[in-house]
Design a protein around this ligand. Structure first.
Ligand code: SF4
Length: 547
């Protein structure tokens, strides 16, 4: 057997392979592992199994070059002078009409441990046992020729699948996906919906965020590590302790200090740290949790093809411009009648939208998309109510520096969006530096700029215009204005962060998938759907529109 070319196969991976070949690929090739509640329960079960008996060994490491296999058996137990491998399962056994049986992947797993044990001890192992804790049943597995052949066939199949360039197809047994820990990554229901318009997808994707983004706005703050917590100290204020497990990213505005120990803690827990300048621009990020090399190579290959990039960019452009159009149509309804200039802008945007589908180059597409963006931004003053003070009404779009309060708010919100999208891209495992539409001219990551286009309107323009119309901004307190620029004050930043974070938590119904999820999770979902575009599961990226 040639063992130089093949790394050893993990016994646990054989279990995944026999459950679903795609699960094996995601875990072993793409190195994606999510610990859901069932996985945590299994881990704590293994901790409880620790034993001190001489006739029993727990968590036994076993490996064999000739079998091409490596693994850690839960327990091996000497009974009547014979070693027997035990596998402990948290769940139930398989019920038949007459008795209880082991599930096939479990039985192959314990057979593989038996074969490894034989090699290691140089003795024949004829039996393995599986203990199912939920129904309190122990099942004996004879290690016969049929089971040995099944285990060897599984090892051979594992090697074949490891060499595939793409993910195997999703399983046809959709009930298996209900219990699969990687369903939020695999997105099987979304794939079924993309292929079959009649399919009514079940939401396996989590609707809410698990942690929260911690924004530190006080320039005198110091962030330290305190055990498993982040400790935020600000002169003259009480210390704030935040458990590290509650944090999904950390954003430092201006000049707070952070200790090396706290940075290590964030890096170790895959928590990105972002810095936003006093002027509200995204300055830098500390990003960990890179995706597997194999996925990055696939992304790089796909996005090196200009025709493929143009296809994606057209989908993105159409989504953005159609959302602009829908928002303008909705915002200029009965209680805010449409003016002649607004009707003209809407016509211009409609005509840009039509042209996008015929664009033959990225430059042509940029022309149409830019035309729609100008018409859209020019309408902002018309979307503000008469009671809004003139200081809050924008005068065109100004970026660096913002020349009025509205533009300062717009830019600051887009910086918040930038860090959210960057966090989503890195957590999904894509490379933010490799995009398909924006050119890598500035220090901004092209893929982040690309994906932001899908979310600017829903996540910032709409809540911002709503807040201005509700007179939520204090002209004197929330801004620092000079003759040449306007910046957000510390108070203004805090208010903007609250509005933005509230919007991220809001749920909406995905118009194509027809299930509800938060905007925060939508960022991740859309990034995963983008990756599907180059893994042969195309169809749902950039389909969502404002309702
Ligand atoms: S979600 Fe379904 S198709 Fe995807 S890996 Fe899990 S079992 Fe397989």
């Amino acid at each position: 057997m040639n063992t130089t070319r093949h790394p050893l196969v993990r016994v646990m991976a054989l279990h995944a392979l026999l459950y679903c070949e795609r699960l094996f690929y995601l875990e072993e090739v793409e190195e994606i592992r999510l610990a859901d509640a069932a996985v945590f329960a299994g881990r704590s079960l293994h901790v409880d199994l620790a034993s001190e008996k001489a006739s029993e060994k727990t968590e036994v490491d076993l490996s064999s070059d000739s079998l091409g296999l490596v693994g850690r058996c839960d327990i091996i137990r000497m009974i009547n002078g014979i070693w027997i491998p035990y596998e402990h399962k948290k769940g139930r056994s398989k019920k038949t009409a007459i008795n209880s049986e082991a599930w096939p992947p479990d039985s192959v797993q314990v057979t593989a441990y038996a074969m490894l044990l034989e090699e290691q001890l140089g003795v024949q192992v004829n039996e393995g046992r599986i203990r199912y804790h939920e129904d309190n049943v122990t099942i004996s597995i004879p290690i016969d020729e049929d089971r040995r052949s099944l285990a060897l066939a599984a090892i051979a199949r594992a090697r074949e699948i490891r060499d595939l360039p793409n993910r195997p197809p999703i399983t046809t047994n959709d009930r298996m996906c209900l219990r699969c820990s990687l369903s939020p990554v695999c997105l099987p229901e979304e794939d079924r919906a993309a292929k079959n318009p009649e399919w009514e997808p079940v939401r396996l994707f989590p609707p809410d965020r698990e942690g929260r983004t911690v924004h530190v706005v006080d320039f005198s703050a110091v962030i330290r590590r305190a055990g498993d917590q982040l400790l935020i100290q600000v002169k003259g204020k009480d210390d704030v302790n935040i458990p590290i497990n509650d944090v999904d990213s950390l954003v430092l505005h201006g000049y707070p200090q952070i200790t090396t120990q706290a940075l290590h803690q964030c890096a170790f827990n895959n928590i990105p740290v972002h810095w936003i300048s006093t002027g509200g621009r995204y300055a830098a990020g500390l990003l960990s949790g890179a995706g597997s090399v194999q996925r990055r190579i696939r992304q790089f290959k796909a996005l090196s093809d200009p025709r493929f990039c143009l296809q994606l960019a057209k989908k993105l452009g159409a989504a953005k411009v159609e959302t602009q159009l829908k928002y303008l149509l909705r915002a200029t309804s009965a209680d805010n009648p449409r003016t002649a200039s607004c009707a003209l802008a809407i016509n211009n945007i409609r005509s840009c939208l039509k042209s996008i589908s015929h664009a033959e180059s990225a430059d042509e597409l940029r022309g149409h998309e830019g035309g729609a963006a100008r018409a859209y931004f020019d309408m902002f003053p018309e979307l503000l109510k008469d009671r809004v003070p003139p200081e809050m009404v924008p005068s065109g779009r100004s970026r660096r520096p913002p020349l009025d309060r509205f533009n300062a708010l717009l830019s600051f919100g887009y910086s918040l969006l930038y860090q959210s999208v960057l966090t989503a891209i890195v957590s999904v495992g894509l490379d933010p530096a490799i995009g398909f539409y924006h050119t890598p001219r500035s220090s901004a990551y092209p893929l982040v700029m690309d994906l932001m286009e899908l979310f600017r309107i829903a996540l910032w323009d709409i809540p911002l215009i709503g807040s201005v119309n509700r007179l939520q901004w204090d002209i004197a307190v929330d801004f620092q204005a000079t003759r040449t620029k306007v910046w957000m004050s510390s108070e203004g930043r805090k208010k903007a962060i609250r509005i933005y974070e509230t919007r991220l938590e809001e749920k909406w119904k995905h118009p194509v998938l027809d299930y509800s999820l938060s905007y925060f999770r939508t960022l991740e979902l859309e990034t995963r759907l983008l990756e599907k575009e180059w893994t042969g599961e195309t169809g749902l990226f950039a389909k969502a529109r404002l309702r």
